[in-house]
Design a protein around this ligand. Structure first.
Ligand code: GH3
Ligand code: MG
Ligand code: MG
Ligand code: MG
Length: 301
């Protein structure tokens, strides 16, 4: 672990404590930003990437606990570990700090060796948690959103679209005749196709469109603030792109083969505000089924 990659925000109204912490943390290889009050801390968090906060309990203006509550309530800072610093070891204050979301509580004057060990532990825990969150949300094979995370992100996007009165389109994609690829060239070759297809999907759609792998060779995209006509054009362009791709695959007997694939796509526009992502996907699936029944390699809305 390279300590010097991490940035610590020190929030303490006492200049001598600030200087001491700055010295000890810098010597340990951390980047340090200091400020005197909770108000300044909150504005620093808006503009700087901070990995951990050392927060004094007693400060004029916003107290340490009040600052802590605000830090934890704001999306951009909610996950940053906070270690409270206090000259008091009042049990109720320790309990309150931990309940409001502090990760640890250190008594001043602090012992540098112990504080540094606690900082390392807090950062390690934060990184493990981030890693687990990533794994829980990501499809292992393709690196795009898995089904659960697709539903969560899409539901939020649909709610937002409903609130602001934007249109919302859902597209379902199913690779045509995918099973024969597995049967002819092996499961690994099928996996290679899924990876290439996912990358193409991520490249083809806008950053705020939500893409996900919702089944074996089934993918979905939500297009907020898009008319059905524009969604159709985007999907048709993607379909054409996939059709002309030459995929170079390594087969299960280590031979290289070049193949083509095609994709069928079903589209649906959210027509009323009470509809859920689940229902929209079912409707898109009906359009997709129609595409499959009528020759595949086409977009149906
Ligand atoms: P259609 O054109 O009607 O969609 O035919 P298809 O062969 O694409 O569809 P079908 O549903 O019959 O087959 C899907 C196949 O996808 C079956 C399954 O074994 C395979 N599959 C599902 N998940 C994976 C995966 O993660 N990797 C690989 N290689 N294959 C997978
Ligand atoms: Mg103080
Ligand atoms: Mg399928
Ligand atoms: Mg298929």
């Amino acid at each position: 672990m390279l300590d010097n990659e991490y940035k610590i925000l020190v929030v303490d109204d006492a200049k001598d404590t600030q200087m001491l912490l700055d010295f000890d943390l810098t010597a340990a290889g951390y980047k340090v930003t200091c400020c005197d009050c909770g108000e300044d801390a909150l504005s620093i968090l808006e503009t700087q990437e901070i990995d951990l906060i050392l927060l004094d309990m007693y400060m004029p203006g916003l107290s340490g606990l009040e600052t802590l509550v605000k830090v934890k309530a704001i999306d951009i800072s909610a996950d940053i570990p906070v270690i409270m610093l206090s000259a008091s070891n009042d049990e109720d204050e320790v309990v309150a700090a931990l309940e409001y979301g502090a990760g640890d509580y250190v008594i001043k004057p602090y012992v540098a060796k112990v504080l540094l060990a606690r900082i390392r532990t807090a950062i390690r825990l934060k990184e493990k948690t981030a890693q687990l969150e990533y794994l829980a949300k990501t499809d292992f094979l393709t690196g795009i959103n898995n089904r659960g995370s697709f539903f969560e992100l899409s539901t939020n996007a649909l709610n937002l679209a409903n609130r602001v009165g934007h249109s919302f389109v859902v597209a379902m994609f199913d690779i045509d005749f995918f099973k024969p690829i597995n049967d002819n060239y092996g499961h690994d070759a099928g996996d290679q196709v899924l990876r290439v297809f996912s990358r193409a999907l991520a490249d083809a759609f806008r950053g705020y469109d939500i893409i996900g792998r919702v089944g074996g060779e089934e993918f979905a995209v939500c297009l907020p603030n898009t008319s059905i006509e524009h969604a159709y054009i985007a999907c048709e362009r993607f379909r054409e792109y996939i059709e002309q791709l030459r995929l170079v695959l390594t087969t299960d007997i280590d031979k290289e083969v070049v193949i083509n694939i095609t994709v069928s796509i079903g589209l649906v526009l959210a027509q009323n505000k009470v509809i859920t992502i689940d229902e929209l996907l079912k409707q898109a699936d009906t359009a997709l089924y129609y595409a499959k029944e009528h020759g595949r390699n086409q977009v149906v809305d």
